[in-house]
Design a protein around this ligand. Structure first.
Ligand SMILES: [Zn+2]
Length: 247
């Protein structure tokens, strides 16, 4: 039997890290790549880029959807925050712009997208619930992406409704989040009720996975399953074991 030790200093990395007003980012992206071909200045973690391209191909987006903002350094996030304070005032800024180190854009796992038009707003791009944008939104969970700041969940996310902001969390977590209409905050809590002895089973198109939470400094046994581990950036890990057959 193979065992994996989950060390505390690893809880701040992985595709499921929760970054919000309460939990600052404590790691830096390691493998950034241009998010979309032709937009060299807008980058994301490579694992997310590959899946983003698959969504755009799947829906035949062509040049109808364009990236507006991907990875931001702390300095860039600080400048955006301060500019918005000056231009839009504190109320608007608090709703739409996260404080430095509390922005998902610093993770390299988030992207703002826009319908390709002549006038694209940098902070609030147009990404409607119709046409090609809605096709993107519907296809996204199958490729690991979620709409991160939905309407009606502002009191949980701390961020206003942002139809344009997508976050890579990885499959199948994205599917469960979409099916249950969770935010990442809610999913992070939900998973804590599943432990290795009693995991969450999920299957989709013949692929089965078991998902569970493990606190920091624990040891898990993984047998021969393919094991993926992500920190949750709060207190532990989300473990995904692939290859379990449905009973
Ligand atoms: Zn955004």
């Amino acid at each position: 039997m193979k065992t994996v030790v989950l060390e505390r200093n690893e809880i701040y990395t992985g595709s499921l890290i929760l970054v919000n007003a309460e939990y600052p980012l404590r790691s830096t992206p390691t493998d950034l790549a241009p998010a979309v071909t032709g937009f060299a200045d807008i980058s994301m973690e490579r694992c997310a880029v590959e899946q983003l391209q698959l969504i755009l191909d799947e829906i035949g987006a062509g040049n109808m959807i364009v990236p507006v903002s991907g990875y931001r350094s702390k300095a860039e996030q600080t400048a955006i925050y301060e500019n918005s304070l000056k231009q839009n005032g504190p109320d608007f800024t608090q709703k739409y712009v996260a404080l430095p180190d509390h922005s998902e854009h610093q993770t390299g796992l988030a992207i703002d997208l826009a319908l390709n038009t002549d006038n694209i707003d940098f902070i609030r791009p147009d990404f409607p619930y119709s046409g090609i944008c809605e096709e993107f939104r519907k296809a996204a969970p199958e490729f690991g992406f979620i709409e991160r700041y939905p309407a009606g969940k502002e009191n949980i996310t701390g961020i206003a409704h942002e139809p344009w902001h997508f976050r890579y969390v990885g499959f199948p977590h994205s599917m469960i989040i979409a099916e249950k209409e969770f935010t990442l905050e809610e999913y992070t809590e939900y998973i804590k009720s599943f432990r290795q002895e009693c995991p969450l089973s999920y299957s989709h198109k013949g692929i089965a996975a078991e998902i569970f939470y493990a606190p920091a400094e624990t040891e898990i046994s993984v047998n021969n399953a393919v094991c993926q581990v992500s920190g949750n950036n709060t207190d532990g890990f989300v473990v995904t074991l692939w290859g379990y057959k449905n009973a």
